[in-house]
Design a protein. Structure first.
Length: 620
């Protein structure tokens, strides 16, 4: 018992010190429990196979899909329209919306789904996301007090009451308690988050350099770019001056000789497919190569003189689209500078054949203060020229290795990760809704962790990510390791008798002081234990003790058991006490002490208020 307490105290001290990463501290504590023989290897590693940890991993992936597809940005914009960019209204919306969702979905799931939305909302509003992410995590737990299924401790106390012969709790028996703690949370967190969290920097640094839209604007690409739709065979066939049919469908660009005959360049061939209901949509962007085959209903992006383009379109019956927008789903942009050692210096762009050799189109040249976008094929490359090139993201990334010919000014791989696959937003929304339905309704025989795994896989299979690697990048492994490594601490405390000693001491010392003092003692003891033990395990341990304590002093046990579920669920003073707290730690750039400064006062105030309110709601 003594060794376990020493390890626990040192671990907490290291968290407070904050000089060592939280996941490393947690792993060190886990190793110490193993070395001293307090835990077996199986017990020590149980956290890494815990359903909660697996669920967190899956929820990171689902949350990443919500962010990658632009669904988070879209939802954030809707909330921003409601808040009008006002920080106070935004705070209230975050607390209320998250609390409502948390009443029906696990608090971990609620926070994981809302986190990318809040980050997008804060970025669009020019607000600091750190002001909202910790309140978001707390709101998920507060909302769990609204319904029977909101949080596992609620189910635990209902089971204890039923087994003891008392009337079971209804689905909304918790609502009065939930509404009160949500109100307390809003009142307390609004000033505390402003004072202690507003100066925190977000975990993600601002992107440096030019954005893709900046490059489009700088080189004025839209001035010479037009897009045309290829109709079907029958309608696209035109008659040339010799009386022969001109049909573009099924022909390669080499066969058509568009550059030679018309003096314009096809830079992209896009194909879009939609399902009958319009939910599923696939967009394939393809570099225009000599071997590229034109298909029916393809969209051609063409650069060049407008009069020449119109002649080309008229000959082949192409339909011009009014609006031109450059997207970057499969194809991207990058700037490269021609080096003095380049083999291509002095060559015309047409002679360099960069499209065939490197899979890239040159869309513009910056030479000093001059921008060249016309007659690029005949333009000679000079040392120091800055080229705006287009290509597949993987090809652009490979350009950085060819330092003899050029220097790539940005990081295409990182830029690609920030491009939104917005046409997949309806798919991501449908998957998220499916996951929520599976988690909420009991008649669907699927465990919550299974629902999350299914949803995570569906986001990958449905193309909500550019590739599987992008899905893995969304997982915050520091938070995962932190929770998984700290979970066995609860086993160590129970195994060595620390938990039982604390619980029994509570009853023995406070039982004689009356039911209200005992009620407060149960809340704060449960709250303290939840800082080091999972809330469900704490509720399982404390609920029977609270029931016996109430019976010993001769009062109704309902208020005492509600004190247990409150103490187990309202634990905000530590980043590893609940998964939602850990989820937002990295994204918000929080330290252990931030949770103490903001979460501990809330935890104490809820305990004090509910000590006097619970007997009113559930008389002794």
């Amino acid at each position: 018992m003594t060794v376990t307490l020493i390890i626990l105290i040192i671990t907490v001290a290291m968290f407070i010190w904050g000089r060592v990463r939280a996941d490393i501290v947690a792993l060190t504590a886990l190793a110490a429990l193993l070395v001293f023989g307090i835990l077996t290897p199986t017990e020590a590693l149980a956290g890494f196979s815990s359903p909660i940890v697996i669920m967190m991993i899956g929820l990171f992936v689902v949350g990443g899909a919500i962010m990658q597809t632009g669904l988070a940005k879209l939802t954030g914009n809707k909330l921003m329209a409601l808040s009008h960019g006002n920080e106070t209204i935004t705070f209230l919306l975050v607390m209320l919306v998250t609390s409502f969702i948390g009443a029906f979905v696990s608090n971990t799931g609620t926070v994981a789904l809302m986190m990318p939305i809040i980050v997008s909302l804060a970025a669009a509003s020019g607000l600091q996301s750190s002001r909202f992410l910790m309140p978001l995590a707390f709101a998920g737990s507060l909302g769990g007090m609204l319904t029977l299924i909101g949080t596992p401790p609620n189910l635990v106390i209902d089971e204890v009451l039923t087994e003891a012969g008392y009337q079971s709790l209804s689905f909304f028996s918790f609502m009065p308690v939930g509404l009160i703690v949500i109100a307390i949370g809003i009142i307390v967190l609004m000033p505390l988050s402003r004072v202690f969290l507003s100066r925190k920097q977000s975990g993600k640094k601002k992107q440096s350099g030019k954005s893709l839209d900046d490059l489009v604007q700088e080189y004025r690409l839209l001035d010479n770019l037009h897009r045309f739709i290829v109709p079907s065979h029958r309608s696209s066939a035109a008659i040339d001056e010799k009386g022969e049919k001109l049909d573009i469908v099924g022909k390669t660009l080499k066969e058509l000789s568009i550059q030679k005959l018309y003096g314009v360049s096809v830079i992209e061939i896009r194909n879009e497919k939609k399902s009958r209901l319009g939910l599923m949509k696939d967009i394939n962007q393809n570099m225009a190569k000599s071997s590229s085959v034109i298909g029916e209903h393809d969209t051609l992006y063409i650069m060049g003189d407008e009069a020449k383009m119109q002649r080309f379109a008229a000959d082949y019956g192409l339909r011009k689209m009014k609006d031109v927008k450059i997207d970057f789903y499969d194809l991207g942009l990058s700037e490269i500078v021609v080096m003095p050692t380049s083999h291509f210096a002095g060559l015309r762009i047409g002679e360099a054949n960069l499209r065939k050799r490197f899979g890239m189109n040159v869309l513009g040249i910056r030479r000093g203060d001059e921008y060249i976008t016309d007659n690029l094929i005949g333009t000679r490359l000079h040392v120091g020229d800055m080229l705006l090139v287009q290509g597949e993201w993987t090809n652009l990334a490979h350009l950085a290795a060819d330092t003899a010919n050029w220097v790539v000014l940005d990081q295409p791989e990182k830029t690609a990760d920030k491009v939104l696959l917005d046409y997949k937003a309806p798919v991501a929304a449908a998957i998220m809704l499916l996951m929520v339905v599976m988690m909420v309704f009991d008649f669907i025989p699927v465990a919550p962790v299974t629902a999350v795994i299914i949803a995570g896989l569906l986001t990958v299979f449905a193309g909500c990510f550019r590739n599987v690697e992008a899905a893995y990048k969304t997982i915050n492994w520091e938070s995962i390791v932190l929770i998984a490594a700290m979970m066995p601490m609860s086993t160590a405390l129970e195994k060595t008798g620390v938990s039982a000693l604390v619980s029994q001491t509570l009853v023995d010392s406070l039982g004689a002081l009356g039911p209200t003092a005992l009620l407060a003692g149960i809340y704060f003891t449960t709250s303290l234990m939840t800082m080091f033990i999972s809330n469900t395990a704490t509720a399982v341990l404390m609920a029977p003790i609270a029931l016996v304590a109430a019976q010993q002093v001769g009062v109704s046990p309902y208020a005492f058991l509600f004190a247990v579920t409150l103490g187990a669920s309202m634990c905000f003073a530590s980043p590893f006490s609940t998964p939602p707290n850990a989820l937002v730690m990295k994204a918000g750039g929080y330290t252990f002490m931030d949770y103490v400064k903001v979460g501990l006062p809330l935890q104490i105030i809820i305990g004090i208020v509910m000590t006097f309110v619970l007997p009113l709601l559930f008389p002794y």
